[in-house]
Design a protein around this ligand. Structure first.
Ligand SMILES: Cc1ncc(COP(=O)(O)O)c(C=O)c1O
Length: 287
């Protein structure tokens, strides 16, 4: 647990008060990020902070802090809490103002509210080794999934549907086209090609996805950003998902049926080891 950040202050969690009329709380009017910590080191921190600013810009939210300031705050929080393997969650809301859908007027002096906290979270070793099961579900989200916004109700419902079926993730589809997971990006492998939905308004362009695209390019593994259908997903040689906390996670069963041979595939294994090497290289931590 440890300390948390509110604005530019490092505080005890029990000392923090969030206004009932904070727009994040009432409207989901804000954006967030999750950064992974390996052996006390932040992985792809700059990329996450950059995306926080991009998301904020897309909803016309002025964070009122610089990326460098946020970086310093997050680093001091991490040091203070002594996190080893875990994550930093950070979010910015449009602040507290009398409830009204419109943005608060500049004259009201409403300020964005930045908060961050840490968690100790082990790597999901056995799932990475053995793979996980997923369901397919309809993508009922809005048309700006490229924004990492606090509005996650459709994602929450899809993840719960997966959990109710004893599964790890729900892979979403819109009009028969596979978009992404409820909290991950989704990929198929067919004839040794990795295929994933293009980074447009229908998915979040995951930081893990971007790292993976570079690793594929550097290792001559075809990485194709192209729409594919549920039928392609169900008949793929391999399926995997990626996210900050799940890394490169093999999917071995979909809607109760085996994917490929029902075990993590060769390309997925290769990508897992390339990704681990990248973590080791960037953090200088042997994971
Ligand atoms: C909807 C969605 N897509 C994709 C991702 C993967 O993004 P990243 O690799 O940056 O964690 C996430 C992560 O939480 C997500 O919520």
């Amino acid at each position: 647990m440890g300390k948390i950040i509110l604005g530019d202050q490092l505080l005890e969690r029990s000392d923090v008060l969030i206004d009932l009329e904070d727009r994040g709380y009432q409207f989901g009017d804000g954006v967030y990020e999750v950064i992974r910590v390996y052996g006390g080191k932040l992985f792809t921190m700059k990329e996450h902070i950059d995306r926080l600013f991009q998301s904020a810009k897309k909803i016309k939210l002025d964070i009122s802090m610089s990326p460098e300031q946020i970086q310093d705050l997050v680093e001091s929080l991490l040091k203070e809490n002594g996190v080893n393997f875990g994550s930093v969650y950070m979010q910015v809301t449009r602040g507290a103002a009398p409830r009204n859908h419109k943005f608060p007027l500049p004259a009201s002096n409403t300020k964005a509210v930045f908060t961050a906290y840490t968690n100790e979270v082990p790597r999901p070793q056995s799932q990475l080794e053995n793979g996980v099961e997923a369901i397919t579900a309809e993508d009922i989200r809005w048309l700006r999934c490229d924004i990492k916004s606090l509005n996650l109700l459709p994602n929450v419902l899809a993840k719960q549907e997966a959990a109710d079926s004893g599964c790890f993730e729900a892979i979403l589809h819109r009009n028969g086209i596979v978009t992404e997971g409820s909290s991950s990006n989704a990929y198929i492998v067919k004839n040794n090609e990795v295929m994933t939905h293009p980074a447009d308004n229908l998915i979040l362009n995951g930081i893990t996805r971007q790292v993976l695209a570079t690793l594929c390019k550097d290792n001559s593994i075809p990485f194709v950003e192209k729409e594919f259908e549920v039928h392609d997903l169900l008949h793929a040689d391999e399926v995997f998902i990626t996210s900050t906390t799940s890394e490169v996670m093999p999917v071995i069963k979909l809607d109760g049926r085996a994917v490929g041979n029902g075990v993590p595939g060769e390309i997925t294994r290769k990508l897992q080891s390339l990704f681990e090497a990248k973590i080791n290289q960037e953090t200088k931590v042997e994971i």
